[in-house]
Design a protein around this ligand. Sequence first.
Ligand SMILES: Nc1ccn([C@@H]2O[C@H](COP(=O)(O)OP(=O)(O)OP(=O)(O)O)[C@@H](O)[C@H]2O)c(=O)n1
Ligand SMILES: C[C@](O)(CO)[C@H](O)COP(=O)(O)O
Length: 227
Amino acid sequence: MHAVAIVAAAGSGSRLGAGQPKALVPLAGRPLVAWAVDALFAGGVDEVVVTVPPAERAAFAAALPGTVQLVDGGATRTASVCAGLAAAGPRADVVLVHDAARPLTPPDAVARVLDALAGGARAVVPVLPVVDTTVLVDDDGVVAEAVPRAPLRRVQTPQGFDRATLVAAYAALDDAAELTDDAAVVRAAGVPVRTVPGDERSAKITVPHDLALAELSVGLTASEVHP
Ligand SMILES: Nc1ccn([C@@H]2O[C@H](COP(=O)(O)OP(=O)(O)OP(=O)(O)O)[C@@H](O)[C@H]2O)c(=O)n1
Ligand SMILES: C[C@](O)(CO)[C@H](O)COP(=O)(O)O
């Protein structure tokens, strides 16, 4: 099973506000995208394609091993993943789609997705339970009702797909559809999406506090983070 990972790294990181593309922001001295790529290789993928902001190609090339393929990303995450998918080509049996913004994904979290694909799943997402009380609010910000949280899950990346399934789902996607992840693209095409356990260490860096937590986490030993 030849596995190609697409790393979505073409975003600006406006909520992080670091003054440079988020994927190039250093964590313990290394760009976030370099951490994400390392995790994918350590977890068992064979090749990595990284989608980059076109104006920053040289900086990404300097940050990553020469074996990593760089392609220009698009204006949205969906457009960037589409570009990466085209570059992955038919040599891939399965495709993993990962966020550069998730630098500390452990290799075993990647391996769980690959194992599910090897077992025959066409689409796989890593998920975590919701631990807070969850509510719906009305337009005035007043709580309308509580939502039972037991069946709710937070969805992470890398998400894994049979390549042909993902290509067909993207081809069928309505241009106007605003979907926030790739599993939603295949679900829109009627494909069942299997879940596997995610990992808290795979948290997405979105705002400055997330980066501060990641810096702390890198400074701790694995046993301190996960006794
Ligand atoms: N046009 C885009 C937008 C986002 N991404 C990538 O998708 C991942 C998840 O997106 P997010 O965390 O929202 O990143 P940004 O879009 O950069 O953040 P923001 O919304 O704060 O600007 C990131 O690794 C980001 O680089 C991408 O490849 N192409
Ligand atoms: C793909 C994703 O990371 C799954 O949780 C998430 O949907 C990305 O959302 P963002 O708003 O683009 O950060």
